[in-house]
Design a protein around this ligand. Structure first.
Ligand code: PLP
Length: 388
């Protein structure tokens, strides 16, 4: 059975060219980038040329790019690091109700450490309400963390506007760009953000590698201590193969960005239109206009998202409900709940996230299977039977 993978927001396959670029750093070029001898120098050159390449794509200085173990660590470093470093100025932080748990659970921890957190609401389209944001700013606000695009709905947040307001108030602004890297143009010479998190495995790079952009002059202290790695901001021997792979993945996604976005949004729209035409009682969640090109979140009323996932899996189709990290939880998605969806409708949601290997025939097969799966599950649903 052919695998039809439609869960690229959870993770992506490593691109064959990324794997090839990494291979030598697992074998002949195995050195520690901190060693002075030639093996070390080869590894150091690889790390620094990857940093330069990434800085060029992001239009920032190489010294502003710190390698981490992924998006979660980048978010932790951004939030803990700036909150602790700026505590003498104030203890108030603003974030939103729809952030990834890498931000939300870090904020919960900061609350235990005495920080006050404002969790901004979103509107029914899943977009942070700017007026509420402006009202939340206080003289003691030291940090704002709003994601670039949401991982469940794909809805893109107005980060240019938020960053501009943050600058006017001289407040540090962090954005989690894990879902937008390689999909939206990120030009840090223009974008008013001070910290930006990204991750390798969402862009056809390996797992366990990511980065944090830290704008020059941003006051931050490390969260991990040891040697003097990464400009004394993140201790630990560098993951050289991972760093090489991350840079290659950035190269590939940046080179293909426009053509791939065009192709993916056409496929996504084909899926969306087809499902709306073929299946009744469904609703698309999140703005259909300010959305990542590859993502579609739909609630299929009267059936559980988990039931849909398992049934699609039997046809070789991989999708998810909620985010992968919360899919073991029985709670309705915090993102869809924040958008005003009832727990019943939130539980009926499925996320389709498309990627480089998906074709029109994958989409058409998925549509065909969805019609069968929803029909079968609704026939078993007492709520649906009561309605009809
Ligand atoms: N932030 C967002 C928006 C994400 O979607 C994810 C992963 O799903 C993360 C952070 C965590 O990234 P990582 O898996 O690299 O730790």
């Amino acid at each position: 059975m052919k695998l039809i993978y439609l869960d690229h927001s959870a993770t992506t396959p490593v691109h064959p060219e990324v794997l090839e670029a990494m291979k030598p750093y697992f074998s002949d070029r195995f050195g520690n980038a901190s060693s002075l001898h030639q093996a070390g120098r080869i590894a150091r050159d690889a790390v620094e040329s990857a940093r330069q390449k990434i800085a060029d794509y992001l239009k920032c200085e190489p010294k502003e790019v710190i390698f981490t173990s992924g998006g979660t660590e980048s978010d932790n470093l951004a939030l803990f690091g700036t909150a602790r470093a700026n505590r003498s100025k104030g203890t108030h932080i603003i974030t939103s109700k729809i952030e990834h748990h890498a931000v939300l659970n870090t904020c919960n921890q900061l609350e235990k450490d005495g920080f006050e957190i404002t969790y901004l609401p979103v509107d029914k389209d899943g977009i942070v309400i700017i007026d509420e944001f402006k009202k939340a700013i206080k003289p003691q606000t030291i940090l704002i963390s709003i994601m670039h695009a949401n991982n469940e709905t794909g809805v893109v947040q107005p980060i240019e506007q938020i960053g501009k307001i943050a600058r006017e108030h001289k407040i540090i602004f962090h954005t989690d760009a894990v879902q937008t890297m390689g999909k939206l143009k990120i030009e840090l010479d223009k974008l008013p953000v001070d910290l930006l998190s990204f991750s390798g495995h969402k862009i056809y790079g390996p797992k366990g590698i990511g980065g944090l952009f830290i704008r020059k002059g941003t006051k931050i202290i490390p969260t991990q201590f040891g040697g003097h790695h990464e400009f004394k901001r993140r201790a630990g021997t560098e993951n050289v193969p991972g760093i090489v792979g991350l840079a290659k993945a950035m190269e590939i996604t940046h080179t293909n960005l426009e053509s791939e976005n065009k192709r993916l949004s056409a496929l996504r729209d084909r899926l969306e239109t087809g499902l709306i035409q073929k299946i009744e009682d469904i609703q698309v969640n999140g703005s259909r206009f300010k959305r990542l090109p590859n993502l579609l979140n739909i609630s299929f009323n009267y059936v559980e998202g988990e039931g849909i996932i398992l049934n699609l899996d039997s046809y070789g189709i991989c999708v998810s409900s909620g985010s992968a990290c919360t899919s073991e939880s029985l709670e309705p998605s915090h993102v869809l709940s924040a958008m005003g969806l009832t727990p019943e409708i939130a539980h009926c949601s499925v996320r389709f996230s498309l990627g480089k290997d998906n074709t029109e025939s994958d989409i058409d097969f998925t549509m065909e299977c969805m019609v069968k799966v929803i029909k079968k599950l609704r026939e078993m649903s007492p709520l649906y039977r009561k309605k009809s």
